[in-house]
Write a protein that binds this ligand. Structure first.
Ligand SMILES: [Fe+2]
Ligand SMILES: [Fe+2]
Length: 293
């Protein structure tokens, strides 16, 4: 069993400071295989904010896959914005803005979707997709292939679709050919889980997209602060939302969705079926994917 803790949109510089200790505690207690942070580590890309984000990351378990978000590119310092957009990010967080994690059951690849030319929207380009293909395609189908971006590949109904990462369809078609399984993102400050087949209709392929809400920002867009715990025990994935409960002073499990991988992609299991699946005990449970017809 593998476990990913997925945090997003920390926004140091505009955080609810009372959440930091309970969050550090909850993430450590989860004992994840990997911690993913899908961007917007800071509010305004200031050195002090990056230093605070760095100190926070240092207190979380490793390994970690961290990517920048649009807020990690300076907004007002025009010279910095265009000449060295991720300079402070590289100095404080990581020289590598597209990190990759690999083990025998999963490969997790980060992609930088933040851009200087646009204030909040993001995109992927052909070169990045080519690199993703190099990183993911070489793995057999039994290995879970995970892509981490800040800007999402899908958004809730009624949301401005420009929030979707630019050139998403081009990327999805390339990733579908490699069997990308799971797309982790943030940016919306709203949690969401769904199947890519509903938007992209790529023959024979359906990945699962998971957006985490904001873990610590005071801008929750009507949602409480939260993060996700994703358990993988092939062929099942469980996405559990942990939500901040101020009255209890802790992040508590709110809801969990369980999916099974079939030859048609991910199928959401009814609660009574999901209840019979144990993720936390026994070996890795790694089995090859059911091959395509
Ligand atoms: Fe954000
Ligand atoms: Fe963002």
């Amino acid at each position: 069993m593998k476990k990913i803790v997925h945090l997003s949109d920390l926004h140091f510089g505009r955080i609810d400071a009372g959440l930091v200790e309970p969050l550090v505690e909850a993430v450590n207690a989860a004992e994840p295989t990997l911690v993913v942070v899908s961007g917007d580590l800071t509010q305004r890309a200031r050195s002090q904010q990056f230093a605070e984000a760095r100190a926070f990351l240092d207190r979380l378990p490793h390994p970690q896959v961290v990517v920048p978000g649009n807020h990690d590119v300076p907004l007002y310092d025009v010279l910095e914005r265009f000449a060295r957009p991720l300079d402070k990010y590289r100095r404080h967080i990581s020289e590598e803005v597209e990190p990759v994690y690999e083990d025998e059951e999963m490969v997790v690849a980060g992609v930088n979707t933040a851009r200087s030319m646009t204030r909040k929207f993001g995109r992927v380009n052909g070169r990045q997709v080519e690199r993703l293909r190099e990183r993911l395609c070489k793995y057999p189908d039994g290995v879970l292939k995970v892509v981490v971006t800040h800007h999402p590949f899908d958004v809730p109904a009624g949301t401005d679709e420009r929030e979707i990462v630019g050139r998403a369809r081009m990327a999805m078609e390339a990733l579908a050919a490699c069997g990308a399984d799971l797309l982790l993102a943030g940016h919306m400050h709203v949690s969401q889980t769904g199947r890519t087949a509903e938007r992209y209709r790529i023959h024979g392929h359906s990945a699962l997209f998971v957006q985490a809400g904001t873990a610590t920002s005071t801008r929750g867009r009507g949602e409480a602060n939260s993060f996700n715990v994703i358990r993988l025990k092939h062929p099942h994935i469980q996405v559990e939302r942990r939500v901040w409960k101020p009255e209890a002073g802790e992040f508590a499990g709110a809801n969990a969705e369980t999916f099974r991988h079939t030859h048609e992609g991910w199928e959401r299991l009814p609660e009574e079926v999901a209840a019979g699946i144990t993720f936390d005990e026994g070996g890795t449970g790694l089995q090859p994917h059911i091959p395509e017809e």
